[in-house]
Design a protein around this ligand. Structure first.
Ligand SMILES: Cc1cc2nc3c(=O)[nH]c(=O)nc-3n(C[C@H](O)[C@H](O)[C@H](O)COP(=O)(O)OP(=O)(O)OC[C@H]3O[C@@H](n4cnc5c(N)ncnc54)[C@H](O)[C@@H]3O)c2cc1C
Length: 374
C-alpha cells in the first residue's frame, strides 16, 4: 500500500457496513471495519432476505428508485461475492406473490399497478396455479417477478469471507465511543481500543447510529423497530415463491425451511421473543398456506430494524459535520439496499457523480426542515 492510499473507518459491521467496506476495498481504499460485537449479529442476520423493491414500496419516488437501483445490481453483486470469498449468498431468482384475502386489500394492490413496474395481476386461479399451497380463500394478487431473495446468514458469511480476502481490517468487540473532531472536521473515532484516524469516517451503526452524532448537534432520528420471526419446515417444500399477505410473509429457503415474519414493534432495544406473538405468526402463516398448520417448528428470533420517521435512510454527507458520511436507517430494506448503498458511498468517497440524486436521503434533512419552519 503506498503512502497516498486513502483510508476509511466504517463504524458498524452489519450488512450495510460490510457492503461499504467491500466497495471501498475494491476501489483501493484501506478500510478498518469496527463493530461493538461480532460482525452481522444484529438486524442483518435477523432478516428474511427478500429483495422486495416492488412489494415494499407503496408509491413512486426516490425510495422506489433506490430500491430498483439496488435490485438491478443484486445478481451480479452476489456472483462477485462468491467469486471473491468463495461463499454464495444463496440468491434465488423466484418472485413474490402478494396475495389479497380481502376486497380492501385487493383494491389497494390493484391501485399499485398504475405505477409499479414488472408487476402482473393474477386471478385467484392463477395464484393457485403458480403456488398450489395458497389458501382457496385468496381473491387474487400481484405477481412481482423481480422481487428475488437471498439468505441473510449466507450473505453475511459471504461478505465476511470477501472482506478477509481483500485484507480489510476487521475489529470486532470494539465499540465506537465517540467521534473525534479536529479543526472543524471529523477525523477519527475514539474506541475501547484507543483512537483511530482515517481520511473518511463512515457511520453505518444501524439503529444505534444517532448516539455518535448527537454530541455534535446532528440529530439523526433513528429508533429500533423489533421484528420477531419463526422458521418452519415441512416434509417436502410446499412453495417455491415467497408468498406475502397483509399479516405476514413466508419465504422458502434452499435448505427447505421457511421464514415467517415479521412483527413491527417499537419496544426499545429489546430483542426477546414472546410466545403469544410467535403463536399468532404461525396462525397467520397457516391462514395463508393451510399446510403450515402442522409444520415442524425450527426456531424463533428477533432483530431491530433501524427505523426513521419518514421511512427513508440517511445516506450522504451531513453539512454540519464535514468528514463524516452516514449510511444508516435502512429500516425494512437493508438487505435489498446493501449493494446500492455500498456503491453510492464509494462514489461519495471518490468524489464521483452518484448513480442517483441523494437529496431525499440527506442526513441533515430533519434539521434543515426544522430550520426552514423557523
Ligand atoms: C425481522 C426482520 C426482517 C427483515 N427482513 C428484511 C428483508 O426481507 N429484506 C430486507 O431488505 N431487509 C429486511 N430487514 C431489514 C434489514 O435487516 C435491515 O435494514 C438491515 O439489516 C440494516 O443493516 P445495518 O447494517 O444498517 O444494521 P445492523 O445489521 O443492525 O448493523 C449495525 C451494526 O452496527 C454495530 N454498532 C452499533 N453501534 C456501534 C458502535 N457504537 N460501535 C461499533 N459498532 C456499532 C452493531 O453491533 C451492528 O453490528 C429485516 C429486519 C428484521 C429485523
Amino acid at each position: 500500500m503506498n503512502s497516498s492510499t486513502k483510508s476509511a473507518i466504517i463504524i458498524g459491521g452489519g450488512i450495510i457496513g460490510c457492503s461499504i467496506a467491500l466497495e471501498l476495498s475494491l476501489a483501493g481504499i484501506r478500510c478498518a471495519l469496527i463493530d461493538k460485537g461480532a460482525l452481522n449479529q444484529e438486524a442483518s442476520t435477523a432478516a428474511a432476505g427478500m429483495l422486495g423493491a416492488q412489494v415494499e414500496t407503496h408509491h413512486p419516488g426516490p425510495f422506489y428508485q433506490l430500491c430498483r437501483l439496488s435490485q438491478a445490481l443484486y445478481r451480479e453483486w452476489s456472483i462477485k461475492l462468491l467469486t471473491i470469498g468463495g461463499i454464495s449468498p444463496q440468491y434465488i431468482a423466484e418472485g413474490i406473490l402478494r396475495a389479497a384475502l380481502t376486497p380492501e386489500d385487493e383494491s389497494e394492490l390493484q391501485s399499485r399497478l398504475s405505477w409499479i413496474e414488472d408487476a402482473e395481476w393474477f386471478s385467484a386461479r392463477e395464484m393457485r396455479v403458480r403456488e398450489q399451497a395458497i389458501t382457496p380463500d385468496v381473491l387474487g394478487g400481484l405477481y412481482l417477478r423481480r422481487d428475488h431473495q437471498v439468505h441473510p446468514i449466507h450473505l453475511a458469511q459471504s461478505l465476511t469471507a470477501a472482506l478477509h480476502k481483500l485484507d480489510c481490517e476487521i475489529r470486532e468487540w470494539t465499540p465506537a465511543l465517540s467521534l473525534i473532531e479536529r479543526g472543524g472536521h471529523i477525523r477519527g473515532v475514539r474506541t475501547t481500543d484507543g483512537e483511530l484516524f482515517a481520511d473518511h469516517i463512515i457511520l453505518s451503526a444501524g439503529a444505534w447510529g444517532s448516539a455518535l452524532t448527537e454530541p455534535f448537534g446532528l440529530s439523526l432520528p433513528l429508533f429500533p423497530v423489533k421484528g420477531q420471526c419463526i422458521s418452519l419446515k415441512t416434509a417436502a417444500p410446499v412453495i417455491r415463491s415467497t408468498v406475502f399477505f397483509k399479516e405476514c410473509y413466508v419465504v422458502p429457503k434452499e435448505d427447505g425451511t421457511m421464514i415467517v415474519g415479521a412483527t413491527q414493534e417499537e419496544a426499545g432495544f429489546d430483542k426477546r421473543c414472546h410466545a403469544s406473538v410467535i403463536g399468532s405468526l404461525h396462525t397467520s402463516a397457516s391462514r395463508l398456506i393451510p399446510e403450515l398448520e402442522h409444520a415442524e417448528f425450527v426456531r424463533t428470533w428477533a432483530g431491530l430494524r433501524p427505523g426513521t420517521r419518514d421511512g427513508l435512510p440517511y445516506i450522504g454527507r451531513p453539512a454540519a459535520l464535514p468528514g463524516l458520511i452516514t449510511a444508516t436507517g435502512h429500516y425494512r430494506n437493508g438487505i435489498l439496499l446493501a449493494p446500492a448503498t455500498g456503491r453510492l458511498i464509494k462514489q461519495l468517497v471518490l468524489d464521483e457523480q452518484p448513480d442517483m440524486d441523494l437529496g431525499a436521503f440527506a442526513p441533515d434533512r430533519v434539521r434543515s426542515a426544522a430550520e426552514h419552519l423557523m
